[in-house]
Design a protein around this ligand. Structure first.
Ligand code: SF4
Ligand code: SF4
Length: 667
């Protein structure tokens, strides 16, 4: 089909495009390679099939925005198909006789498939362009109070336009070319859309159809050659960087788990992440994988309540900063700028509740929350910078063993006279350690949960004991705030106590303690079977060790704790306990389970002041709107936040109760 001069020009264009693409891709991967922790390629290879599956199935899209996800998947599948189509079209350009080449069924199938997908992709892209530029969907914009790279806002629009028009013109060009070809020859029942379009060119001369087909061929394939070198600067790179991201993420027990820092290693000059090149390589990939869809932002409780934090802005800012300094960064020249100078504001850094919703929502496996945790480590350990209330809580943990600054020897004060609670120091030959936790020992409301748990354990005849005054903070808040040193100190101290009593199984009523002991103590050789109290109560009911009697509650809704649900996948046990209560109906909130909305207390936020709309009030409105008698919780922090929130909006609203208290009232 191509003339000889066209063939030569195309080969030159391929060489130029390949040169520019290799240069830009090499720089992109060199920048990633400057990251602090090398990618574990051995592990990544094991994840190869997972990456391919994510690429082919697009499954990570479907947990939110179902209709848009199907449209996006249609575009992605069509685009992947077009990679193959492009190869065939190049061959056709050089060997036109190939258009007569037929493999029974297969070529017909190919033609109809390409014809349909061309239309699907063009309609899908058109819809996305309308959504972004005409309807200006708010979900795709980032509020003005969020710190953005100066090039980001306009750059995102420009990039969306370039990507949108590239796909439209690339696929449209090819589709048009096919219609000219069919008009010059004969209609094809296996290309109904292109044939229909070809009808329009019925009055054109044979020569003009040939010229038009040539122009369309160049348009479709020339655009690809122009676009490939642009990939590293475009969000379109998510097409392959997303699956690569999935492959290269290290295995984790829970999303909030970050690697330990060797505090003893005196050669280490940097703790946490202060600058771009301190980020692990896989976190730099996040920037290239980001599609700027803002699903993470939509799920983020901090953003949704007006704070300066947007998880999508984190990845977008990273991307535009990298683009701005692309050649310098590739050459290893990293500007002496701290991430807190340009990635986000200080308020944004401290607004994160570490709820993990951004990670759950992200279709390409990005982890903005993990960046925040690491940058907090730099702020706290390197600069000693943190909000004063957070510093106060850390001081309490360090000096008294609890963020409440209540000393350890007051940890048995919750035990009322009517309770005979066994202590490890008297009888460590027990099956379970009941870990009461700081809140359970100190906070008035959580103390009720501790007493309810004793009632349950006694009733079910469980062999257990508590540590009492020998218990100290797990260090969860210290780690989330960024004081790794203090966290490790608390972890070592608790592990030493566990070892002293030969502890094997631990029951906790606090998801934060649960997460820390179960997922983070193994990093210090503290390996235990940790059971959350809702799981344990569920088990006791299932085994017939607890008989639940009738009560007065008719309707309950359950608020998912992020550290129980999203971070540890425990969604069913609390619900199973509630549904086992006779006469009780359980109503789900709209934002539930992995789509649940944080109470606002995680990540050390429990100890910090909150400005603007409060996260707990936002959630309380949702819970209270269901008209239930009770909002059930399974976490002392969630209890406080939901209880305060509901009282703030409706004095006569639902009562907040921990699941253990609800059960203890009925046994
Ligand atoms: S962890 Fe939660 S609060 Fe923090 S950025 Fe992600 S969604 Fe927002
Ligand atoms: S981080 Fe993930 S969810 Fe957030 S904008 Fe980027 S791709 Fe979308």
């Amino acid at each position: 089909m191509l003339s000889v001069p066209e063939m030569i020009i195309f080969i030159i264009a391929v060489i130029v495009s390949a040169y520019l693409s290799i240069r830009n891709f090499r720089k992109m991967f060199t920048i990633i390679g400057h990251g602090a922790q090398p990618i574990d390629w051995k592990n990544s290879c094991k994840n190869l099939l997972k990456g391919i599956w994510v690429f082919i199935s697009q499954t990570t899209l479907f947990n939110r925005r179902p209709i848009l996800s199907y449209i996006h998947a249609g575009i992605a599948w069509g685009f992947v198909l077009y990679m193959l189509v492009n190869v065939f079209d190049v061959f056709y350009g050089y060997i036109p006789a190939l258009s007569h080449f037929e493999i029974p069924y297969l070529t017909n199938f190919y033609r109809i498939f390409v014809d349909i997908f061309s239309v699907v992709v063009m309609l899908g892209v058109m819809w996305f362009l309308i959504r972004r530029f005409i309807l200006r969907d708010e979900a795709l914009t980032i509020r003005d109070n969020v710190q953005m790279h100066p090039n980001a806002q306009s750059g995102m629009k420009k990039d969306s336009l370039i990507v949108g028009f590239f796909i439209m013109f690339h696929i449209g060009g090819r589709f048009l070319g096919e219609s000219f070809h069919l008009a010059a020859n004969e209609a094809d029942k296996f290309q109904p859309f292109a044939s229909a379009l070809g009808q329009l060119w019925g009055g054109c001369s044979a020569d003009s159809l040939v010229i038009s087909e040539h122009i369309a061929w160049w348009f479709a394939l020339g655009l690809i050659l122009a676009f490939i070198p642009y990939f590293p600067f475009s969000k379109h790179a998510h097409l392959f960087m997303g699956p690569l991201n999935t492959m290269t993420k290290p295995e984790k027990i829970s999303p909030a788990t970050i690697e330990t820092i060797d505090m003893e290693d005196e050669s280490v000059e940097q703790w946490g992440v202060g600058m771009l090149n301190h980020l692990p390589q896989t976190q730099i990939i996040d920037a290239f994988a980001c599609i700027a869809c803002s699903r993470c932002q939509e799920a983020c409780p901090a953003y949704q309540t007006g704070k300066e934090l947007s998880p999508s802005a984190i990845e977008i800012n990273k991307r535009y900063y990298i683009s701005e300094h692309f050649s310098d960064l590739a050459a290893g020249k990293f500007p002496e700028e701290k991430l807190t100078d340009w990635l986000f504001s200080t308020d944004a850094m401290w607004a994160c509740t570490t709820c993990g919703a951004c990670i759950e929502a992200c279709p390409v496996g990005n982890e903005p929350m993990v960046d925040i945790l690491r940058i907090r480590q730099d702020a706290v350990l390197m600069d000693g910078a943190m909000p004063s209330e957070a510093a106060q809580a850390l001081k309490g943990i360090e000096n008294s063993g609890s963020p409440w600054s209540v000393p350890n020897d007051a940890r048995e004060d919750w035990i009322s006279e009517d309770l005979n609670v066994p202590k490890m120091r008297d009888s460590s030959e027990v099956e379970y350690l009941y870990w009461v936790g700081c809140a359970g020992a100190i906070d008035d409301n959580a103390q009720k949960v501790s007493r309810a748990m004793i009632q349950i354990l006694e009733k079910a005849g469980v062999s257990y004991a508590i540590l009492g005054n020998e218990e100290t903070c797990t260090g969860d808040s210290a780690r989330r705030i960024g004081n790794e040193y203090l966290f490790q100190m608390m972890a070592m101290q608790n592990i030493e106590t566990f070892e002293k009593y030969g502890v094997k199984k631990i029951i906790t009523q606090c998801p934060h303690c649960f997460n820390t002991i179960q997922n983070e103590y193994p990093m210090f050789d503290g390996n235990y079977e940790v059971i959350h109290h809702t799981e344990f109560i569920e088990q006791l009911i299932r085994e017939g060790k607890l008989t639940i009697e009738n009560g007065t509650i008719e309707a309950i809704t359950y608020h998912d704790s992020c550290y129980l649900g999203r971070h540890n996948g425990i969604y069913d046990a609390p619900r199973n306990v509630l549904t086992s209560l006779p006469g009780v109906g359980v109503r789900e909130m709209p934002r539930t389970k992995d789509n649940g909305f944080c109470c606002g207390a995680g990540g050390g936020r429990m100890w910090m002041e909150e400005g603007g709309e409060k996260i707990n009030v936002n959630r309380a409105k949702e819970a209270d709107s269901l008209g239930c008698d009770v909002v059930a919780t399974a976490c002392p922090f969630c209890f406080t936040m939901m209880d305060d929130g509901i009282k703030e909006i409706n004095e006569d609203g639902a009562k907040t109760k921990d699941i253990a208290v609800i059960v203890a009232e009925r046994i």
